[in-house]
Design a protein around this ligand. Sequence first.
Ligand code: DX5
Ligand code: ZN
Length: 219
Amino acid sequence: MAHPIKIAPSILSADFGELAAEVQAVERAGADWIHVDVMDGRFVPNLTLGPVVSRAVRRATSLPVDVHLMIVEPERYVSAFADAGADVITVHAEACPHLQRVVQQIKELGKKAGVALNPHTSEEALRYLMDDVDLVLVMSVNPGFGGQAFLPQVLPKVRALRELIARSGRDIVLEVDGGVTSETIGGLVEAGADVFVAGSAVFGKPDYAAAISALRAAC
Ligand code: DX5
Ligand code: ZN
């Protein structure tokens, strides 16, 4: 069964000069999780932040901190992000030849373990991992930048993953990231997603509470 809808604003689109205030503002505005995008300039063509900034986010909020690692060799850094107070740590299937081992490593650190799939990666990558993962993150843009257009070809994949989750009988969260707006969120809810990352659709708007309400209203 899908969970109640959650909105996870991505700080990628926040004002980093006012990061703590920005995080507190979206918390007051009704955010459910805070999404932290970590990029290494190798797995994706952009650089963002590391455990130091993730810890600053942790200190600014009591909401769950949802860390999305868009980096090669994430096994080298998961314990640093666990120490920095992440609640969920998500790695990319495409970055991990030994994905099940990395998932176990995250769980041994006492954190929820997520696996992200790029738009072209099949749900089949997770078929034999459904006993292990706590969260699946479907990328609906090619990761690297905020503000990109939603790729509708991921909708059948969200549906297929909802079925795999149902068949697993486990409590696995199905999250979508990229191009989530009031126009695209309805189809994703219908396909079975339950957590929605939103960068520009929240931080790109003048009124964060109105922006989050608009997303919920479109569900
Ligand atoms: C993209 C990141 C996303 C990004 C989403 O590589 O993983 O979390 O911030 O931004 P929007 O919602 O603007 O597409
Ligand atoms: Zn992300």
